[in-house]
Design a protein around this ligand. Structure first.
Ligand code: FES
Ligand code: FES
Length: 153
């Protein structure tokens, strides 16, 4: 089957029941997306499917119709995306384990709602858990990214 990830088409030969997360990490080798709970409860495995956040740990790859974007598609160390820049500015990450998923959810939120309120942020990010409790900095970084995206428009 064919799978488009970060604008690159891959031909993959796996059981269609295999979760997308396994394919991304073990078959394609994109390890930026993390395994947390495996039951759609923590958000660590969040990627975009046609721009919308999905939990890749519970999405069978055979059900994926559309383009997948992972954290690797959001920018590179030499050319960071706006949300990543805001994350760095606010030094959001602690252990970092949840942060790929956080950034994917945050960027999907900003795509849909470029100027979210605190309440909008809390609602959109409620499915992304952080053991290190970086929530206040995540919120600040999302406001920052919103400002940066507006200035850049
Ligand atoms: S690993 Fe997918 S939601 Fe936790
Ligand atoms: S930064 Fe450690 S789990 Fe979120």
């Amino acid at each position: 089957m064919k799978l488009t990830v970060n604008k690159v088409e891959h031909e993959i030969d796996v059981n269609p029941e295999m979760p997308l997360l396994w394919v991304l990490r073990d078959v394609i080798g994109l390890t930026g997306t993390k395994f947390g709970c495996g039951i759609a409860a923590c958000g660590a495995c969040t990627v975009h499917l046609d721009g919308k956040p999905i939990r890749s740990c519970v999405t069978p790859v055979g059900d994926v119709e559309g383009a997948v974007t992972t954290i690797e598609g959001m920018g590179t160390p030499a050319s960071l995306g706006m949300v990543q820049k805001a994350w760095l500015k606010h030094q959001v990450a602690q252990c970092g384990y949840c942060q790929s998923g956080q950034i994917m959810s945050a960027s999907a939120l900003l795509e849909e709602n470029p100027e979210p309120t605190d309440a909008d942020i809390d609602e959109a990010m409620s499915g992304n858990l952080c053991r290190c409790a970086t929530y206040p900095r995540i919120r600040a970084a999302i406001h920052e990214a919103s400002k940066m995206l507006k200035e850049d428009a």
